[in-house]
Design a protein around this ligand. Structure first.
Ligand code: FES
Length: 575
């Protein structure tokens, strides 16, 4: 074991060493000047403002027991918590803040390693971004998915079924009593969304990258096996320090490629494209967007999970979780990568059980031979756009129609149900100004509602295009993450009502079919995007956030090369 980082605080017979040792004695913990027990931080994002993460409070106790049992000293600390449901305009606006919170706590406190406790969508990538930049031994544990309620005899998928029944409600097919009953059983307990939404997707990708113990990312909230995984994660954190196994050895081009492969195989959330690029960018690993498309075309979808498939996360766990998925897609993986277990992916796969043919299918009988996510380019999205083809309507994958343009959220909701809106089922709904800088924070507004008049006529899907994101639990023929975004002068800012737009997913094209000279004229008349925020975090965000294909990280937090870890240790002296 290399000498412990925490010795710089606690070692020696100076007044500074005494000051630091006395500080932890206040907690009832005695550290000697020559103590060789690693100090393991527990970064806990539990919060009443984020019910998805509330179960992490109890898990932290089990992590502590594991750390003590393995001969370490646990010190739990709180971080900001990003609750997807309650935080506005979007938890995404604060993902980089949480990443900085984690990184700066790791930098400034006497920690040798860390257990990262996360669950809700943004908390998983934020912790990984911070831990990768800090490069202290780190292991992550997520808090599991929540129990499913039942409505009209059907088990409810978080988010997905709300969006579905909301359209029923808007079409007048759901009574007040039904609507009340649905509200009462939508969230039947703490934990993450129980579909393969962004939180569950990111838990699987964290595991695929190697930051979690095998199988831990799918254990449901409240399950005793999650407590055992917390204990085991605490124990393993101590060993990681002793083995000096750091994120820089775990996050490699090969492990990032494996995570992209898993994203395709589970038909996971489109948000994961952004988060994975941001995590990888902290080690100067920059997968081109086309890599997501390439693997999505090659890798069979083996997880039959809502919102695009049939099952919920409890079934995915009972079917074996990620290790079983890895076993089914082994030919597409680099199995030499090493995760927090210290073992190779090949060894994890050897211990995995076969697919059950339900929530997880075999690669010889997949849900789809290819699928997941398509990357589109064209005159409307020169730097790329994303579409979840698995959740789209097949008949709309090739479509040409006139644009109906909305500028921002307020404009959209002021006019979308206007009976006089000039819109037909063939129209292409365009929402501009909702990208990373636009709001700012790139909210999940991309699943533009179907206009009520068309809903009433039985239209259930339309082509929708925006520079926003979409909830991982949502569905529809929705083109997202259009880059560059309208707020930085991307072509989306130039679209006018009636402009023909052509979508051809097979050709991976999204085209604004307007004469180049006309577009140049419109560009010359384009007013600068109004800078909404003049102070505080939103201002910093607007000034430094990168575009979607770069992960929406801050330009000053990305690594420029694999050796560029800008993490500077603090000077240890009197405070
Ligand atoms: Fe937190 Fe879905 S709202 S995981």
């Amino acid at each position: 074991m290399s000498s412990l980082r925490s010795r710089a605080w606690f070692g020696g017979d100076t007044e500074v060493g005494v000051l630091h040792r006395a500080a932890v004695r206040a907690l009832g913990i005695q550290i000697e000047a020559d103590d060789d027990r690693p100090i393991i931080g527990i970064a806990n994002s539990a919060s009443d403002l984020n019910p998805c993460n509330a179960g992490l409070r109890d898990l932290a106790g089990a992590v502590k027991r594991g750390v003590w049992a393995a001969g370490g000293i646990p010190l739990e600390f709180p971080t900001i918590s990003l609750g997807e449901d309650l935080m506005k305009p979007s938890a995404m606006l604060y993902r980089n803040l949480m990443a900085m919170d984690v990184e700066e706590c790791l930098r400034s406190y006497p920690l040798d390693g860390v257990v990262l406790l996360a669950n809700c969508d943004k908390t998983v990538p934020a912790q990984l971004m911070g831990a990768v930049s800090a490069d202290l031994p780190a292991i992550q544990l997520t808090g599991g998915s929540r129990r499913a309620g039942t409505f009209r005899g059907r088990r409810l998928g978080s988010g997905t079924d709300l969006w579905r029944y909301w359209e029923e409600r808007r079409a007048g097919r759901l009574s007040d009593a039904d609507w009340d009953e649905l509200e009462a059983c939508l969230s039947c307990g703490i934990g993450a969304c129980n579909t393969m939404g962004t939180a569950s997707t990111m838990a699987q990708l964290s595991e695929a990258l190697g930051f979690m113990l095998p199988g831990a990312g799918a254990i449901p909230s409240g399950d005793a096996r999650l407590v055992a995984a917390a204990d085991a994660s605490g124990r393993r954190a101590v060993e990681l320090v002793r083995e000096d196994l750091r994120p820089s050895r775990i996050l490699t081009p090969a492990s990032v490629d494996n995570a992209i492969t898993v994203l395709a195989a589970i038909a996971g959330s489109t948000n994961a494209v952004i988060h994975l690029c941001a995590i990888a960018g902290r080690r100067a690993i920059r997968p081109p967007l086309e890599r997501f498309d390439e693997l999505s075309r090659r890798v069979p979808v083996v997880a039959d999970m809502a919102p695009s498939g049939a099952h919920l996360m409890d079934a995915f766990f009972e079917a074996g979780g990620l290790p079983t998925v890895l076993r089914e897609i082994e030919p597409y993986l680099d199995t030499t990568t090493v995760g927090v277990t210290g073992r190779t992916l090949a060894e994890t796969i050897r211990a995995a059980r076969a697919a059950d043919g339900l929530a997880i299918r075999s690669r010889s009988d997949p849900v789809a031979a290819s699928g997941g996510i398509a990357v589109l380019r064209g005159s409307l999205a020169p730097d790329g756009a994303i579409m979840k083809t698995a959740a789209a309507t097949a008949a709309l994958l090739r479509h040409r129609g006139p644009a109906v343009v909305f500028r921002g959220h307020e404009d959209l909701y002021a006019r979308i149900d206007d009976p006089d809106l000039a819109v037909t089922a063939e129209s292409v709904l365009v929402l501009a100004g909702c990208g990373p800088r636009g709001v700012p924070g790139m909210p999940e507004w991309g699943q533009i509602p179907i206009p009520r008049r068309l809903l009433d006529a039985g239209v259930s899907d339309m082509v929708r295009i925006s520079d926003a994101r979409m909830s991982g639990t949502a569905y529809g023929t929705v083109v997202l993450h259009v880059a560059p975004e309208a707020a930085v002068g991307g072509p989306l800012a130039l679209v006018r009502d009636g402009d023909p737009i052509r979508l051809d997913v097979e050709a991976r094209v999204v085209e604004l079919e307007v004469d180049v000279a006309e577009l140049a004229r419109r560009r010359a008349d384009l007013a600068p995007w109004p800078t909404v925020h003049r102070r505080g975090w939103p201002r910093l965000y607007q000034e430094h956030v990168t575009q979607a294909p770069d992960g929406c990280d801050f330009d000053f937090l990305e690594a420029r090369s694999a050796d560029d870890l800008p993490f500077v240790p603090p000077t240890i002296g009197r405070s």
